[in-house]
Design a protein around this ligand. Structure first.
Ligand code: DMJ
Length: 457
């Protein structure tokens, strides 16, 4: 099936609804925004061409050696699925059609491999569902449902918390120690699958996983870093908003907004109060979020990083623009310390503790949300600065490369699929002409796949 241009434009016009008029005072002109959006598009295409040439049919391009990498023994076309909706959003029709046909003809989940439930859910289930909504191509929905069926055994634990790995063919599971992010970042995708297939089982299992995580919060309302899915006991009691917990909070808020789920609303409101009460840190007038013991709230570390930079977006979406703005200023300080952000630093000393930059999108995502929700042109200027740094340090002749160190700027032979799903997409949406996605109708999953409400509550 090929999508006709009119169909595509219709889908896009449904997705891209103008809902803001921008202040005349903004310093980055519409012309510059258009030029920046065109630059993002051109750089995306550069990376995509590299992938097509050297890694087509494999999970990822290794941009320095110009070879391919697969996550498992057989490829699951990670980049091809993750990139699909961005190709459509940016208007690369020929490339999108070719990619979609490849995925539909070749993607087969009947494989004897153990996949990571969380990663496959946010990338594959999210990517297939959003592209189905954009194109109406029911073959993508069938693939999504087949995948959903194969992932369901992951939830068959004594607690309902999902095992980390599941064999796509046999349904056998592995990995009994998980974390709140992996247990609680499934409901947007599984819930949408339920709405679109009218099979509640997906919603129910993923919702239970979210609730079972929340139920095990401490008396002061915090969750820990690792949890055993068989006993329900915490195996790590450090609380934070970083990788391993991050998108658990994001999904509490977004599932309330997407599905109108009142349980999610209650869990979000209680959780954000605890996070702001115990993890937020006022450091010399700056706002950061650090680590604390989940039971006592005692501060255990003052570490912040590239993954934490998603939180201004969540705060902004929740309506807390004041904290969102302050935290984004801290993230930008982290970025500017080395002209691109490290994976982690100590915000008291600004000493880098993990220097790599794996092409992460979170800080750009937050700039996009803040610009959309405030109309403040400062976020365009900051986005332009970040984009120039990103191109300067990460571009290679075959694509874009992660950095081993933001201090030395030495590149690494890695280009994760979220470069296409998220990093380029958020840069593009930030600069794209003055119309924006309507957050009342569209919710991005944590991999930036836009899901549109097409159902009644
Ligand atoms: C993505 O896979 C998702 O955004 C996830 O929630 C966190 N990490 C990466 C991007 O940094």
């Amino acid at each position: 099936m090929t999508i006709r241009l009119t169909t595509l434009l219709l889908a896009l016009s449904t997705l891209l609804t103008p809902s803001f008029s921008f202040a005349k005072t903004q310093r980055v002109s519409v012309v510059n925004r258009r030029a920046l959006a065109a630059r993002v598009r051109a750089e995306f295409l550069h990376a995509w061409r590299g992938y097509e040439r050297y890694a087509w049919g494999h999970d990822e391009l290794k941009p320095l050696s110009k070879t391919a990498r697969d996550w498992y023994d057989e490829p699951l076309y990670m980049t091809q699925v993750d990139a699909l909706d961005t190709l459509i959003l940016m208007g690369f029709r020929k490339e999108a059609d070719r990619d979609r046909e490849f995925v539909v003809k070749n993607l087969n989940f009947d494989k004897d491999i153990y996949v990571q439930n969380f990663e496959i859910t946010i990338r594959h289930l999210g990517g297939l569902l959003s592209t189905y909504q954009l194109t109406g191509d029911r073959r993508l929905l069938r693939l999504a449902e087949d995948l959903g069926n194969r992932l369901l055994p992951a939830f068959d634990s004594p607690t309902g918390l999902p095992y980390r790995f599941v064999n796509l063919r046999t349904g056998k599971t592995r990995g009994e120690v998980t974390n709140p992010a992996e247990a609680g970042t499934l409901l947007i995708e599984f819930g949408t699958l339920s709405k679109l297939t009218r099979r509640p089982v997906f919603y129910d299992k993923a919702k239970r996983a979210l609730v079972e995580t929340f139920k095990r919060r401490s008396a002061i309302g915090l969750v820990g870093s690792r949890i055993n899915v068989e006993t329900g006991e915490w195996a790590g009691t450090t609380s934070h908003i970083s990788g391993g917990i991050d998108s658990y909070y994001e999904y509490l808020l977004k599932c309330w907004r997407l599905f109108g789920d009142e349980d999610c609303r209650r869990m979000w409101l209680e959780s954000i109060a605890a996070v702001n009460g115990h993890l937020a840190d006022d450091e010399g007038g700056e706002l950061w979020y650090g680590q604390a013991d989940m039971r006592t709230g005692r501060r255990t570390a003052t570490s912040y990083g590239a993954l934490d930079a998603f939180f201004p977006a969540v705060l902004a979406l929740s309506g807390d623009l004041a904290r969102a703005r302050r935290l984004q200023a801290s993230s930008l300080k982290m970025w500017r310390a080395h002209g691109i952000e490290p994976e982690r630093l100590d915000y008291r000393t600004m000493q880098v503790s993990d220097a790599e930059y794996p092409l992460r999108p979170e800080i750009v995502e937050s700039a996009y949300y803040l610009h959309t929700l405030t109309g403040d042109p400062r976020y365009l200027g900051e986005g332009a600065e970040m984009f120039e740094d990103f191109v300067r340090h990460c571009k290679t002749d075959a694509g874009y490369a992660a950095l081993k160190s933001v201090e030395t700027k030495e590149q690494e032979d890695s280009m994760e699929s979220f470069l296409f799903a998220e990093t380029f997409k958020y840069f593009y949406l930030l600069f794209a002409p003055p119309k924006t996605l309507d957050f009342n109708q569209i919710i991005f999953n944590t991999e930036a796949h836009p899901i549109r409400k097409t159902w009644r509550r």
